[in-house]
Design a protein around this ligand. Structure first.
Ligand SMILES: [Zn+2]
Ligand SMILES: [Zn+2]
Length: 940
């Protein structure tokens, strides 16, 4: 059963044979389909644009690509299909103002269920990042229009030869879903389409399902026969045809017709409204229209390949003969550039780990081409040039992208050699014991210690026909995440909760107790609302009544309680019976399904029942603190731009009543001066008493006006904008704000620190929080002043004076100690032993440092030429030893190091002077007795 949108899965998994030969080596003469076309060859950018224009002409709304970081979907690491941003519409939990849409969606398949990483580079068709073209009907047009338009675009607009195109339709191989004869008949009506080119396939190829239940339906794929010249298995026996084994036949476009709702393994119900969801892998259609035999030979990749080739000095022929590293670098540089533009910088866990891994993997393939200096910035720059017109976020973040790539390459270079050396040791060990698979936990240690990502360790192992266990790696990483606090549980989401409330909402709406948009929600104006309890529930079960101490969920017809989003925490408050007979303290808010907003909390007293009239009141003082902090985040964001530049983009925030946290992209720690300036600018904006004005407008208008949109946030087609002052700050934001900035009170930065590589974090307080901080600090200052017996203003001067005094007394004490030590030493010097005519001094003088030891040995040498001295000094639990030997004694065979080793110590240095230690303070005197013996032996 296919669980996730499988359009491109089909597109990308079926085609490449198990071990595809490098098409660069055997390069067939290219037959350009364009020769049979009427138009000139289109560039990739033109192909993308003609696709969009074609559907816009047919009344589709162009919807910009959503971020690679899915907004509002915590279950997905990355946007991995075109339908991610429309999923809610198909599930019926969200509505859009349009019923026809066209888009080119950025997609990344490098983690989770869809992971093409291992294939990338080995063949000409796989990518980690790619673009998915799609046209969409939400209960609007259906098969007739979708098929006719697809045919027109491919043949009339793009000029593909009609006799080379095939269409596949659904015929159930199990036999209980009707054959899609509608689609087949529509295909046969298309002008110039060969009726024999309709082919039927079963569930695996031609039936699409989102999950085990839910919307599903048959699909119709369009394939092209590129001719024998493009067959990578030419001359070998193989299944050559549509959905076959070779690259001669390629799937171009999948049209999914969503017409059923699956309610169980064997039950399909017709949907009241039918939808169309299509997907066309952009790189592939460009390759076909440009007549090249590899996705990596399309114009959009030329710049990046040339940039790398310029560094390696390879000729084009040499590059194609060794195309794998070039493909990996082109793919990974592109993926990393798009990731960083969407705010995902290299780091240790989650999305950031993936970004790091991709960059490091590209860097390692660079070394295979002899590139040992950072080079990915050059590669990514070519990507920015090729894609920047359509994806302006790349141009906007160009510096950030290039900077992050180089930094990451430098970081990796520092550790990669030791990392691979250790890995090699482990692999050799493995081979000795005739094992094949390296323990994943060991691979994790390599990552934790040397920054060698699992994927690279596996690449290296596989190059030697060994492997690395990935479950062990994942388990170790998960433990590490938990240990380092990065793996906070995601709370309740989706699943049963969603199912329960979808049912609840349906019933309430059917009974007319709630409008079609669900619970009315206005956190901006309603601090207190009245209404009857629609549903009282706990753990997915409706309750007739609850009692004191019970934890319950309450659904009301309207609410002013803010639900956590955009970094702002949920509101808390109370729900009270209109007659005062019960009260619930609300401490959590949830949005389990479309239109449902649920208050969660504990019954304080009484017996709440479904249907009871009640009042829900937000905790106003807490809310006010949150508003202060939220408005301050916007002021801070603007001030950071003034001080650090436009690249200091928001990368996350957390707004609570006590304080707020603001993360932003910046490569290095802020200087104290910068922190001070930012704090001052924000407080000036507070004092300026700017008006804070929320306005709802279309997303297009807001973005065109330059409002700052935050990555990872999900925006509808109408957005709420917050303007502060005339020009001071302009952002898209759904949070609750002050009316005027002066209400912030005072803004204080508590700390500036690192949140992740390339991401800084500021923690700050405002209003009451700032007052508490100031009061606490004053108290500390007051205590310090009292202790110093000075006024508060004089504290620093007083401390400085004390430090001067302290320095003086330290110096005096040290001089005194030196004097005492030398007195002891002088006594020893007067009693130097003569061993076979050699002056030998072995003495113990405790609590002196190495400098003083050296002074003493110098003094000895000045007094006794042709002698040797060894001093041991116990300092705490350590024994420091120094030994000096005159040059003529060295010639006779006595070395300073031998002397230390000879009495049981460790150390080394020059032959005439060595330093080291003795293991045991209690045996120093015993050890010193051996000195004479060593001298005798060595000078014999
Ligand atoms: Zn073939
Ligand atoms: Zn905001």
């Amino acid at each position: 059963m296919v669980l996730v949108h499988n359009i491109a899965a089909v597109l990308f998994i079926i085609k490449p044979p198990i071990s595809p030969p490098d098409l660069g080596i055997i390069r067939p003469p290219l037959i350009n389909l364009g020769a049979r076309m009427t138009q000139k060859k289109l560039t990739g950018a033109e192909i993308r644009q003609t696709f969009i224009d074609f559907f816009v002409e047919h009344k589709h709304t162009f919807v910009p690509s959503a971020s690679l970081v899915p907004g509002g979907d915590a279950t997905l690491l990355f946007t991995n299909a075109g339908m991610v941003q429309f999923k809610d519409v198909f599930l019926g939990t969200d509505k859009r103002p349009y019923t026809r849409a066209v888009d080119s969606q950025k997609v990344l398949r490098v983690a989770g269920k869809h992971n093409d990483l291992e294939e990338v580079g080995r063949d000409d068709y796989h990518h980690t990042f790619f673009e998915m073209l799609g046209n969409w009907s939400f209960g609007d047009y259906y098969k007739k229009e979708a098929i006719a338009w697809a045919w027109q675009l491919l043949t009339d607009v793009w000029g593909l030869p009609k006799d080379k195109l095939y269409a596949t339709c659904f015929k159930d191989d199990i036999g209980n879903i009707p054959t899609d004869t509608d689609a087949a008949e529509i295909w046969k009506e298309q002008p110039g389409f060969d009726p024999l080119h309709v082919l039927f396939f079963g569930r695996k190829e031609n039936f699409w399902e989102m999950a085990e239940t839910g919307p599903c339906g048959p699909c119709s794929e369009i394939h092209i026969d590129r001719g024998e010249e493009f067959d990578n298995l030419r001359g070998k026996p193989h299944r050559c045809g549509v959905n076959g084994e070779c690259t001669r036949f390629l799937e171009l476009w999948n049209n999914v017709f969503i017409q059923y709702n699956r309610t169980g393994p064997d039950s399909l119900e017709p949907l009241p409204a039918t939808h169309v969801d299509t997907g066309m892998g952009f790189e592939r259609i460009v390759a076909v229209l440009q007549g090249v035999d590899s996705d990596y030979k399309i114009d959009l990749f030329q710049g990046v390949l040339e940039a790398v080739r310029a560094l390696t000095g390879d000729s084009p022929d040499k590059m194609y003969a060794n195309f794998t590293p070039y493909r990996v670098i082109a793919d990974h540089a592109r993926a990393a550039a798009f990731l960083i533009a969407d705010g995902v910088v290299p780091g240790n866990v989650g999305r950031n780990y993936i970004c790091r891994m991709i960059i490091r993997r590209a860097a390692r393939f660079g070394t295979k081409l002899g590139l040992h200096e950072p080079f990915l910035a050059n590669a990514a720059d070519a990507i920015v040039s090729a894609y920047g017109d359509f994806y302006p976020e790349l141009v906007k973040s160009r510096e950030t992208i290039l900077d992050n790539l180089t930094r990451e390459e430098v970081r990796f270079a520092r550790t990669v050699e030791s990392g691979t050396a250790y890995l090699q040791g482990m692999l050799d060990e493995l081979r000795k014991t005739s094992q094949k698979t390296l323990d994943g936990r060991k691979a994790f240690d390599l990552y934790a210690t040397y920054g060698l990502p699992f994927e690279i360790a596996r690449d290296i192992a596989r190059e030697q026909e060994l492997d690395v266990d990935d479950t062990g790696f994942k388990a170790a990483m998960e433990e590490h995440r938990l240990a380092s606090g990065g793996g906070k549980a995601m709370g309740k989401m989706g699943g049963e909760d969603a199912e329960f409330y979808t049912g609840v909402m349906k019933n309430i709406q059917k009974a007319g107790r709630l409008g079609k948009d669900g619970v009315e929600f206005n956190p901006y104006e309603w601090m207190q609302v009245e209404g009857s309890v629609l549903t009282l529930a706990a753990d997915g079960q409706a309750l007739a009544e609850a009692g004191a101490g019970d934890r319950v969920e309450v659904l009301l017809p309207k609410t002013g309680f803010y639900v956590e989003s955009g970094g702002q925490i949920s509101d808390t408050g109370v729900i009270r019976a209109a007659d005062g007979s019960w009260e619930i303290e609300v401490d959590e808010m949830r949005k389990p399904s479309a239109g449902a907003i649920v208050h969660v909390g504990e019954v304080i007293f009484g017996h709440p029942k479904a249907g009871d009239p009640a009042t829900a009141a937000v905790d106003a003082a807490r809310r006010h603190d949150i508003r202060r902090n939220h408005t301050a985040t916007h002021l801070l964001h603007a001030a950071l731009h003034q001080v650090l530049g436009e690249n200091a983009r928001q990368a996350g925030s957390s707004v609570t009543p006590d304080r707020f946290r603001f993360d932003f992209n910046h490569p290095e720690a802020m200087t104290p001066e910068q922190v001070e300036r930012v704090e001052k600018l924000v407080n000036e904006a507070v004092a300026a008493d700017y008006v804070v004005k929320p306005v709802v407008k279309s997303r297009e208008q807001a973005v065109a006006e330059g409002a700052m949109a935050l990555f990872g946030e999900k925006y509808g087609d109408t957005v709420r904008t917050i303007t502060i002052g005339d020009q001071y700050s302009y952002e898209l934001c759904g949070g609750t704000h002050l009316d005027r900035t002066s209400d912030v009170g005072v803004f204080l930065i508590v700390s500036e620190s690192s949140a992740a590589a390339g991401v800084r974090r500021i923690e700050a307080v405002t209003g009451r929080g700032a007052y508490e901080l100031i009061a606490r600090r004053f108290k500390i200052l007051d205590l310090a002043a009292q202790a110093l017996k000075s006024g508060m203003d004089d504290v620093p001067a007083k401390i400085q004076a004390l430090q001067v005094d302290l320095d003086i007394s330290r110096k005096e004490r040290s001089a005194l100690r030196t004097k005492q030590a030398f007195e002891v030493f002088n006594v020893k010097m007067a009693n130097v032993e003569m061993v076979m005519g050699i002056p030998v001094l072995a003495a113990r003088i405790d609590d002196i440092d190495a400098d003083m030891q050296r002074l003493m040995t110098d003094r000895f040498k000045q007094t006794y030429s042709g002698g040797t001295v060894l001093l041991a000094s116990v300092v705490g639990d350590k024994v420091n030893v120094i030994a000096a030997v005159s040059d003529d004694l060295v010639k006779r065979g006595l070395k300073a190091g031998d002397l230390i080793v000879g009495i049981g110590g460790r150390g080394g240095g020059r032959p005439n002077m060595a330093q080291g230690s003795l293991p045991e303070p209690s045996q120093v005197d015993e050890a010193l007795k051996k000195v004479v013996q060593v001298v005798e032996e060595k000078t014999k």
